[in-house]
Design a protein around this ligand. Sequence first.
Ligand code: NAD
Ligand code: AHE
Ligand code: ZN
Ligand code: ZN
Length: 370
Amino acid sequence: MRTRAAVAVAAGQPLEVMEVNLDGPRAGEVLVEIKATGLCHTDEFTRSGDDPEGIFPAILGHEGAGVVIEVGEGVTSLEVGDHVIPLYTPECRECDYCLNPKTNLCQKVRATQGAGLLPDGSTRFSMLDGTPIHHYMGCSTFANHTVVPEIALAKVRKDAPFDKICYIGCGVTTGIGAVINTAKVEIGSTAAVFGLGGIGLNVIQGLRMAGADQIIGVDLNDDKEKMARHFGMTDFVNPSKVEGDMVAHLVELSGGGCDYTFDATGNVNVMRTALEAAHKGWGESIIIGVAPAGAEISTRPFQLVTGRVWRGTAFGGAKGRTDVPKIVDWYMDGKIEIDPMITHKLSLDEINHGFDLMHQGKSIRAVVEF
Ligand code: NAD
Ligand code: AHE
Ligand code: ZN
Ligand code: ZN
Protein backbone atom coordinates (compact mmCIF):
# COMPACT_ATOMS: atom_id res chain seq x y z
CA MET A 1 0.00 0.00 0.00
CA ARG A 2 0.94 3.66 -0.03
CA THR A 3 0.76 5.93 2.99
CA ARG A 4 1.83 9.45 3.94
CA ALA A 5 4.77 9.96 6.23
CA ALA A 6 7.22 12.58 7.48
CA VAL A 7 10.61 11.21 6.42
CA ALA A 8 13.91 12.18 8.07
CA VAL A 9 15.98 12.15 4.90
CA ALA A 10 19.29 13.22 6.48
CA ALA A 11 20.63 14.33 9.87
CA GLY A 12 19.87 17.96 10.66
CA GLN A 13 17.38 18.38 7.78
CA PRO A 14 13.69 19.23 8.22
CA LEU A 15 11.37 16.22 7.86
CA GLU A 16 9.90 15.79 4.36
CA VAL A 17 6.24 14.84 4.14
CA MET A 18 5.69 12.45 1.24
CA GLU A 19 3.89 9.35 -0.01
CA VAL A 20 5.82 6.17 0.74
CA ASN A 21 5.37 2.48 0.01
CA LEU A 22 4.46 0.23 2.93
CA ASP A 23 4.55 -3.56 2.56
CA GLY A 24 2.01 -5.61 4.50
CA PRO A 25 2.72 -7.32 7.83
CA ARG A 26 4.80 -10.51 7.78
CA ALA A 27 4.73 -13.26 10.42
CA GLY A 28 4.47 -11.83 13.94
CA GLU A 29 3.84 -8.31 12.64
CA VAL A 30 0.83 -5.99 12.70
CA LEU A 31 -0.26 -3.17 10.37
CA VAL A 32 -1.48 -0.18 12.39
CA GLU A 33 -3.27 2.95 11.21
CA ILE A 34 -1.78 5.72 13.34
CA LYS A 35 -4.43 8.19 14.47
CA ALA A 36 -2.25 10.54 16.53
CA THR A 37 1.39 10.94 17.54
CA GLY A 38 3.21 13.19 19.97
CA LEU A 39 6.57 14.85 19.26
CA CYS A 40 9.07 13.86 21.97
CA HIS A 41 12.44 15.53 22.42
CA THR A 42 14.05 12.17 21.58
CA ASP A 43 12.67 12.44 18.02
CA GLU A 44 14.40 15.82 17.78
CA PHE A 45 17.59 14.33 19.27
CA THR A 46 17.68 11.79 16.44
CA ARG A 47 16.57 14.18 13.69
CA SER A 48 19.30 16.62 14.69
CA GLY A 49 22.09 14.06 14.30
CA ASP A 50 22.91 13.85 18.03
CA ASP A 51 21.84 10.17 18.27
CA PRO A 52 24.74 7.74 17.81
CA GLU A 53 22.15 5.19 16.64
CA GLY A 54 20.55 7.59 14.15
CA ILE A 55 20.08 6.11 10.67
CA PHE A 56 18.71 7.93 7.61
CA PRO A 57 16.43 7.94 5.75
CA ALA A 58 14.04 6.96 8.51
CA ILE A 59 10.48 7.55 9.67
CA LEU A 60 10.79 8.85 13.23
CA GLY A 61 8.07 9.05 15.91
CA HIS A 62 7.52 6.76 18.90
CA GLU A 63 4.59 8.30 20.81
CA GLY A 64 1.56 7.10 18.86
CA ALA A 65 -1.85 5.49 19.11
CA GLY A 66 -3.96 3.85 16.43
CA VAL A 67 -6.04 0.95 15.16
CA VAL A 68 -5.04 -2.53 13.95
CA ILE A 69 -5.76 -2.82 10.21
CA GLU A 70 -4.22 -6.23 9.43
CA VAL A 71 -2.36 -8.94 11.34
CA GLY A 72 0.43 -11.11 9.98
CA GLU A 73 0.70 -14.88 10.20
CA GLY A 74 0.82 -16.29 13.72
CA VAL A 75 -0.40 -13.13 15.48
CA THR A 76 -2.69 -14.26 18.30
CA SER A 77 -2.95 -11.42 20.83
CA LEU A 78 -4.44 -8.78 18.51
CA GLU A 79 -7.17 -8.60 15.90
CA VAL A 80 -8.39 -6.12 13.30
CA GLY A 81 -10.08 -3.15 14.97
CA ASP A 82 -8.15 -3.32 18.24
CA HIS A 83 -6.87 0.02 19.55
CA VAL A 84 -3.13 -0.02 20.26
CA ILE A 85 -0.17 2.00 21.47
CA PRO A 86 3.20 1.08 19.87
CA LEU A 87 5.98 0.29 22.35
CA TYR A 88 9.63 1.20 21.79
CA THR A 89 10.29 -1.03 24.76
CA PRO A 90 8.46 -4.22 23.76
CA GLU A 91 7.41 -6.99 26.11
CA CYS A 92 7.88 -10.49 24.68
CA ARG A 93 7.25 -12.11 28.08
CA GLU A 94 9.82 -14.85 27.41
CA CYS A 95 13.35 -13.35 27.17
CA ASP A 96 15.68 -13.23 30.20
CA TYR A 97 14.91 -9.53 30.63
CA CYS A 98 11.13 -9.97 30.53
CA LEU A 99 11.39 -12.79 33.04
CA ASN A 100 13.39 -10.59 35.43
CA PRO A 101 11.21 -8.26 37.51
CA LYS A 102 14.17 -5.88 37.95
CA THR A 103 14.05 -4.58 34.36
CA ASN A 104 11.64 -3.62 31.59
CA LEU A 105 14.31 -3.73 28.86
CA CYS A 106 13.01 -6.64 26.73
CA GLN A 107 15.88 -7.54 24.41
CA LYS A 108 13.98 -9.82 22.01
CA VAL A 109 14.18 -7.41 19.05
CA ARG A 110 16.59 -4.71 20.37
CA ALA A 111 19.40 -5.45 17.89
CA THR A 112 17.29 -5.11 14.74
CA GLN A 113 15.26 -2.25 16.26
CA GLY A 114 18.46 -0.28 16.88
CA ALA A 115 19.47 -0.87 13.25
CA GLY A 116 16.18 0.56 11.98
CA LEU A 117 14.85 -2.84 10.88
CA LEU A 118 11.99 -5.16 11.76
CA PRO A 119 12.98 -8.42 13.49
CA ASP A 120 13.45 -10.32 10.20
CA GLY A 121 16.16 -7.81 9.23
CA SER A 122 14.23 -5.89 6.57
CA THR A 123 12.18 -2.69 6.29
CA ARG A 124 8.52 -2.42 5.28
CA PHE A 125 8.84 1.24 4.23
CA SER A 126 10.42 2.46 0.98
CA MET A 127 10.50 5.60 -1.14
CA LEU A 128 8.41 5.55 -4.31
CA ASP A 129 11.68 4.92 -6.24
CA GLY A 130 12.27 1.79 -4.13
CA THR A 131 14.93 3.18 -1.74
CA PRO A 132 14.40 1.50 1.67
CA ILE A 133 13.38 3.76 4.56
CA HIS A 134 14.41 2.70 8.07
CA HIS A 135 12.05 2.15 10.98
CA TYR A 136 12.69 4.08 14.22
CA MET A 137 12.55 2.70 17.76
CA GLY A 138 10.38 -0.06 16.32
CA CYS A 139 7.46 2.39 16.03
CA SER A 140 7.73 4.97 13.18
CA THR A 141 4.60 6.81 14.22
CA PHE A 142 5.24 9.82 11.96
CA ALA A 143 3.40 7.81 9.30
CA ASN A 144 -0.32 7.36 8.77
CA HIS A 145 0.29 3.60 8.68
CA THR A 146 3.13 1.57 10.16
CA VAL A 147 4.12 -2.06 10.70
CA VAL A 148 5.11 -3.07 14.23
CA PRO A 149 5.99 -6.42 15.88
CA GLU A 150 3.09 -7.92 17.83
CA ILE A 151 5.20 -7.87 21.03
CA ALA A 152 5.57 -4.09 20.63
CA LEU A 153 1.88 -3.23 20.81
CA ALA A 154 -0.17 -2.57 23.94
CA LYS A 155 -3.88 -3.24 23.43
CA VAL A 156 -5.92 -0.45 25.03
CA ARG A 157 -9.62 0.29 25.62
CA LYS A 158 -11.59 1.63 22.66
CA ASP A 159 -13.21 4.62 24.37
CA ALA A 160 -9.91 6.41 25.08
CA PRO A 161 -9.13 9.39 22.79
CA PHE A 162 -6.15 8.81 20.48
CA ASP A 163 -5.01 12.45 20.60
CA LYS A 164 -4.41 12.17 24.36
CA ILE A 165 -3.37 8.56 24.95
CA CYS A 166 -0.67 8.71 22.27
CA TYR A 167 1.34 10.59 24.93
CA ILE A 168 1.24 7.46 27.12
CA GLY A 169 3.41 5.86 24.42
CA CYS A 170 6.36 7.76 25.89
CA GLY A 171 6.16 10.96 27.96
CA VAL A 172 3.45 10.11 30.47
CA THR A 173 4.68 6.60 31.18
CA THR A 174 8.33 7.67 31.31
CA GLY A 175 7.74 10.48 33.80
CA ILE A 176 5.29 8.75 36.12
CA GLY A 177 7.13 5.42 35.82
CA ALA A 178 10.46 7.01 36.77
CA VAL A 179 8.88 7.95 40.11
CA ILE A 180 6.86 4.82 40.80
CA ASN A 181 8.83 1.98 39.16
CA THR A 182 12.41 3.25 39.18
CA ALA A 183 12.79 5.52 42.22
CA LYS A 184 9.91 3.97 44.19
CA VAL A 185 9.37 7.31 45.93
CA GLU A 186 7.89 7.14 49.43
CA ILE A 187 5.17 9.34 50.95
CA GLY A 188 6.68 12.50 52.48
CA SER A 189 9.76 12.59 50.23
CA THR A 190 11.58 15.69 49.06
CA ALA A 191 12.35 15.77 45.33
CA ALA A 192 13.80 17.97 42.59
CA VAL A 193 12.96 17.71 38.89
CA PHE A 194 15.33 19.24 36.34
CA GLY A 195 13.61 20.17 33.06
CA LEU A 196 9.88 20.97 33.15
CA GLY A 197 9.01 19.80 29.64
CA GLY A 198 6.93 16.88 28.41
CA ILE A 199 8.78 14.41 30.64
CA GLY A 200 9.52 16.54 33.70
CA LEU A 201 5.87 17.55 34.16
CA ASN A 202 4.94 13.88 34.28
CA VAL A 203 7.65 13.26 36.87
CA ILE A 204 6.00 16.02 38.91
CA GLN A 205 2.57 14.44 38.41
CA GLY A 206 4.04 11.08 39.53
CA LEU A 207 5.63 12.67 42.61
CA ARG A 208 2.31 14.14 43.65
CA MET A 209 0.65 10.72 43.23
CA ALA A 210 3.41 9.16 45.34
CA GLY A 211 2.79 11.67 48.11
CA ALA A 212 6.01 13.70 47.97
CA ASP A 213 5.95 16.69 50.37
CA GLN A 214 8.31 19.04 48.53
CA ILE A 215 8.61 19.04 44.72
CA ILE A 216 11.24 21.48 43.46
CA GLY A 217 11.14 22.21 39.73
CA VAL A 218 14.21 23.53 37.90
CA ASP A 219 14.09 25.10 34.42
CA LEU A 220 15.85 27.87 32.55
CA ASN A 221 12.51 28.93 31.06
CA ASP A 222 10.27 30.88 33.48
CA ASP A 223 7.27 30.15 31.26
CA LYS A 224 7.32 26.53 32.48
CA GLU A 225 6.54 27.50 36.09
CA LYS A 226 2.75 27.90 35.80
CA MET A 227 2.03 24.48 34.31
CA ALA A 228 4.48 22.78 36.70
CA ARG A 229 2.67 24.31 39.70
CA HIS A 230 -0.61 23.02 38.26
CA PHE A 231 0.83 19.48 38.32
CA GLY A 232 2.15 19.74 41.89
CA MET A 233 5.47 21.63 41.92
CA THR A 234 5.90 23.42 45.26
CA ASP A 235 9.08 25.46 44.55
CA PHE A 236 10.50 26.80 41.28
CA VAL A 237 14.18 27.51 40.61
CA ASN A 238 15.55 29.17 37.48
CA PRO A 239 19.30 28.38 37.58
CA SER A 240 20.13 31.51 35.59
CA LYS A 241 18.78 33.57 38.50
CA VAL A 242 20.60 31.73 41.27
CA GLU A 243 23.64 33.56 42.56
CA GLY A 244 26.38 31.16 43.57
CA ASP A 245 26.36 27.40 43.53
CA MET A 246 23.18 25.58 42.36
CA VAL A 247 23.91 22.50 44.47
CA ALA A 248 24.27 24.58 47.64
CA HIS A 249 21.07 26.46 46.77
CA LEU A 250 19.09 23.23 46.32
CA VAL A 251 20.55 21.62 49.44
CA GLU A 252 19.46 24.64 51.45
CA LEU A 253 16.01 24.82 49.83
CA SER A 254 15.36 21.14 50.54
CA GLY A 255 16.66 21.29 54.10
CA GLY A 256 19.78 19.17 53.57
CA GLY A 257 19.43 17.62 50.11
CA CYS A 258 16.69 15.86 48.17
CA ASP A 259 15.59 12.28 48.76
CA TYR A 260 15.14 11.99 44.99
CA THR A 261 16.25 14.06 41.99
CA PHE A 262 15.39 13.52 38.33
CA ASP A 263 17.15 14.78 35.22
CA ALA A 264 14.71 15.40 32.36
CA THR A 265 17.00 17.69 30.32
CA GLY A 266 19.58 15.39 28.72
CA ASN A 267 22.33 17.86 29.73
CA VAL A 268 25.25 16.09 31.43
CA ASN A 269 26.16 19.13 33.54
CA VAL A 270 22.59 19.21 34.86
CA MET A 271 22.87 15.47 35.60
CA ARG A 272 25.87 16.20 37.84
CA THR A 273 24.02 18.95 39.68
CA ALA A 274 21.06 16.60 40.15
CA LEU A 275 23.27 13.88 41.61
CA GLU A 276 25.05 16.26 43.96
CA ALA A 277 21.76 17.85 45.13
CA ALA A 278 20.64 14.40 46.34
CA HIS A 279 20.84 13.91 50.10
CA LYS A 280 24.07 12.62 51.60
CA GLY A 281 23.67 9.06 52.84
CA TRP A 282 20.54 8.08 50.89
CA GLY A 283 19.60 10.45 48.07
CA GLU A 284 18.93 8.88 44.67
CA SER A 285 19.28 10.66 41.33
CA ILE A 286 17.47 9.25 38.31
CA ILE A 287 18.71 10.03 34.79
CA ILE A 288 15.88 10.20 32.26
CA GLY A 289 17.38 12.66 29.75
CA VAL A 290 19.14 11.29 26.68
CA ALA A 291 22.54 12.87 25.98
CA PRO A 292 24.24 13.45 22.61
CA ALA A 293 26.87 11.12 21.14
CA GLY A 294 30.18 11.62 22.96
CA ALA A 295 28.71 13.27 26.07
CA GLU A 296 29.74 11.70 29.39
CA ILE A 297 28.70 12.16 33.01
CA SER A 298 31.17 12.83 35.80
CA THR A 299 31.26 13.55 39.52
CA ARG A 300 33.68 12.96 42.38
CA PRO A 301 33.40 9.30 43.42
CA PHE A 302 33.12 10.71 46.96
CA GLN A 303 29.55 11.69 46.05
CA LEU A 304 28.71 7.99 45.71
CA VAL A 305 30.97 6.86 48.55
CA THR A 306 28.91 9.10 50.79
CA GLY A 307 25.70 7.35 49.92
CA ARG A 308 24.19 9.03 46.89
CA VAL A 309 22.91 6.67 44.19
CA TRP A 310 22.95 7.34 40.42
CA ARG A 311 20.42 5.40 38.34
CA GLY A 312 18.77 5.63 34.94
CA THR A 313 15.42 4.69 33.52
CA ALA A 314 14.02 3.89 30.06
CA PHE A 315 10.26 4.18 29.46
CA GLY A 316 9.88 4.71 33.21
CA GLY A 317 10.70 1.09 33.92
CA ALA A 318 7.28 0.12 32.52
CA LYS A 319 6.61 -3.31 31.02
CA GLY A 320 4.55 -1.94 28.16
CA ARG A 321 1.94 -4.55 27.25
CA THR A 322 1.13 -5.00 30.95
CA ASP A 323 1.42 -1.44 32.27
CA VAL A 324 0.32 0.83 29.40
CA PRO A 325 -3.34 -0.34 29.35
CA LYS A 326 -3.46 0.39 33.10
CA ILE A 327 -2.11 3.90 32.58
CA VAL A 328 -4.79 4.48 29.93
CA ASP A 329 -7.33 3.44 32.59
CA TRP A 330 -5.78 5.89 35.07
CA TYR A 331 -6.30 8.66 32.53
CA MET A 332 -9.89 7.62 31.75
CA ASP A 333 -10.65 7.35 35.50
CA GLY A 334 -9.25 10.84 36.19
CA LYS A 335 -6.34 9.59 38.31
CA ILE A 336 -3.83 11.34 36.04
CA GLU A 337 -4.16 14.39 33.84
CA ILE A 338 -2.94 14.67 30.27
CA ASP A 339 -5.03 17.30 28.46
CA PRO A 340 -3.27 20.51 29.66
CA MET A 341 0.10 19.17 28.47
CA ILE A 342 -1.14 18.75 24.89
CA THR A 343 -0.49 22.39 24.05
CA HIS A 344 -0.60 22.15 20.24
CA LYS A 345 -2.43 20.09 17.60
CA LEU A 346 -0.91 19.89 14.12
CA SER A 347 -1.49 18.20 10.80
CA LEU A 348 1.28 15.98 9.40
CA ASP A 349 2.17 18.76 6.95
CA GLU A 350 2.88 21.07 9.92
CA ILE A 351 5.17 18.63 11.75
CA ASN A 352 8.34 20.73 11.38
CA HIS A 353 6.54 23.61 13.07
CA GLY A 354 6.11 21.27 16.04
CA PHE A 355 9.89 20.99 16.36
CA ASP A 356 10.18 24.80 16.08
CA LEU A 357 7.73 25.15 18.98
CA MET A 358 9.82 22.68 21.01
CA HIS A 359 13.00 24.70 20.39
CA GLN A 360 11.25 27.95 21.23
CA GLY A 361 10.09 26.46 24.55
CA LYS A 362 6.46 27.21 23.59
CA SER A 363 5.04 23.68 23.59
CA ILE A 364 4.87 20.87 26.09
CA ARG A 365 3.49 18.31 23.67
CA ALA A 366 2.58 19.05 20.08
CA VAL A 367 0.42 16.21 18.75
CA VAL A 368 -0.01 15.39 15.07
CA GLU A 369 -3.47 14.06 14.23
CA PHE A 370 -3.97 12.13 11.01
P1 NAD B 1 11.35 19.09 26.37
O1 NAD B 1 12.08 19.81 25.32
O2 NAD B 1 9.85 19.08 26.36
O3 NAD B 1 11.78 19.59 27.83
C1 NAD B 1 13.09 19.86 28.21
C2 NAD B 1 13.03 20.94 29.28
O4 NAD B 1 14.33 21.08 29.83
C3 NAD B 1 12.63 22.31 28.73
O5 NAD B 1 11.59 22.87 29.53
C4 NAD B 1 13.91 23.13 28.83
O6 NAD B 1 13.66 24.49 29.05
C5 NAD B 1 14.60 22.47 30.00
N1 NAD B 1 16.05 22.64 30.03
C6 NAD B 1 16.92 22.50 29.00
N2 NAD B 1 18.19 22.73 29.42
C7 NAD B 1 18.10 22.99 30.77
C8 NAD B 1 19.07 23.29 31.77
N3 NAD B 1 20.37 23.36 31.47
N4 NAD B 1 18.63 23.50 33.01
C9 NAD B 1 17.31 23.43 33.33
N5 NAD B 1 16.35 23.16 32.40
C10 NAD B 1 16.75 22.93 31.15
O7 NAD B 1 11.88 17.57 26.32
P2 NAD B 1 11.15 16.24 26.84
O8 NAD B 1 10.34 15.66 25.75
O9 NAD B 1 10.56 16.52 28.15
O10 NAD B 1 12.44 15.27 27.02
C11 NAD B 1 13.36 15.54 28.05
C12 NAD B 1 14.54 14.60 27.95
O11 NAD B 1 14.12 13.26 28.26
C13 NAD B 1 15.15 14.52 26.55
O12 NAD B 1 16.56 14.36 26.72
C14 NAD B 1 14.55 13.25 25.99
O13 NAD B 1 15.34 12.71 24.95
C15 NAD B 1 14.53 12.38 27.23
N6 NAD B 1 13.60 11.24 27.25
C16 NAD B 1 14.04 10.09 27.82
C17 NAD B 1 13.19 9.01 27.95
C18 NAD B 1 13.66 7.75 28.59
O14 NAD B 1 12.98 6.71 28.46
N7 NAD B 1 14.76 7.74 29.32
C19 NAD B 1 11.89 9.10 27.46
C20 NAD B 1 11.48 10.30 26.90
C21 NAD B 1 12.34 11.37 26.80
N1 AHE C 1 19.96 5.86 20.75
C1 AHE C 1 20.45 6.59 21.89
C2 AHE C 1 19.74 6.19 23.17
C3 AHE C 1 18.37 6.70 23.21
C4 AHE C 1 17.69 6.21 24.49
O1 AHE C 1 18.28 6.08 25.54
N2 AHE C 1 16.41 5.96 24.34
C5 AHE C 1 15.59 5.58 25.48
C6 AHE C 1 14.19 5.98 25.18
S1 AHE C 1 14.03 7.70 24.90
C7 AHE C 1 12.39 7.86 24.55
O2 AHE C 1 12.08 9.14 24.34
C8 AHE C 1 15.59 4.07 25.68
O3 AHE C 1 14.58 3.41 25.69
N3 AHE C 1 16.76 3.52 25.89
C9 AHE C 1 16.93 2.11 26.04
C10 AHE C 1 17.31 1.48 24.74
O4 AHE C 1 17.45 0.27 24.68
O5 AHE C 1 17.46 2.24 23.73
C11 AHE C 1 21.93 6.38 22.09
O6 AHE C 1 22.53 7.15 22.85
O7 AHE C 1 22.47 5.46 21.45
ZN1 ZN D 1 10.10 9.77 23.89
ZN1 ZN E 1 11.37 -9.87 26.28
